[in-house]
Design a protein around this ligand. Sequence first.
Ligand SMILES: C[S@@+](CC[C@H](N)C(=O)[O-])C[C@H]1O[C@@H](n2cnc3c(N)ncnc32)[C@H](O)[C@@H]1O
Length: 302
Amino acid sequence: MVELRLIAAEDEVEALSETLMDLDALSVSVEDADADTEAEQALFGEPDMPAPKPAWQRSVLKALFGSPTEATEAATRLLAEHPQGVELQGLVEVPDEDWVRLTQSQFAPVPITDAFWIVPTWHEAPPAARTVMRLDPGLAFGTGTHPTTRMCLRWIATHADAFRDQPVLDYGCGSGILAIAARQFGAGETLAVDIDPAAVVSTTQNAQANGVTVQPGLPEAAGEACGRYPLVLANILASPLKLLAPLLAAHLAPGGHLVLAGILERQAEELQAAYAQVGLALAVADQEDGWILMHARRSTQA
Ligand SMILES: C[S@@+](CC[C@H](N)C(=O)[O-])C[C@H]1O[C@@H](n2cnc3c(N)ncnc32)[C@H](O)[C@@H]1O
């Protein structure tokens, strides 16, 4: 197979992707041409913020074709149809591989503690694993390979007394990995919400695959925030976590635990300032690879 690489301006990307698919590309992916440079841009959408842009200012389009002839023909026609805003970067040969095997080989069992492991379905669980979550990579974030997820899982596995038989809220559930772990470690009714409908589907499937019950839904499913949850987990990113401070704090039961991740070490103080305004004293509870886990406990008087 051959990959055709093009650089395109932001407003050309959608039309070019469609043309490439019309020209029999097997797949088209879009990446930031300025990734890992000063000009790198983040694209994400959050409530009360402008909608995310569909592409980067300078995007790299990578289109996969079955043969060099197909890729060359596609490049020629594409440049004829879109003479402006496109630059040909080149053709790259992609060696034939067993893609399923290659992808699977990148996901090995992940130890969270000595006894708690996240294990893809194509692997045997290690003998030391007493609690096993079966999880395969899918459309939603959360396979246990990211430090932010691992730190949350570690907190869950080592603080089961804080939430045993109690309701838990997983805000920004992705694959549902934290909600499923909370259930495996004894949580009561567990609600898992996400703004991404694909995450809701993924959480439903993953919970079923692990034989636990989780209530997945969009954030509205969490209803009015009325101090119901002894444990609220949110692994998102610093900016949305700051915006969500009043909401997450209001979901916490008196004496409840708030566990936040998706925060870089240098962002600790801004998070502390945002949560101090809603009466919570966040402290760093864990750290891994430049990421931190922050924890606060709501006063029992509230
Ligand atoms: C980093 S992933 C974490 C997934 C999983 N909880 C984990 O720990 O691996 C963050 C998730 O939060 C969701 N998200 C982002 N902003 C959100 C918001 N304002 N409300 C609810 N979910 C949000 C994203 O769609 C994404 O699935």
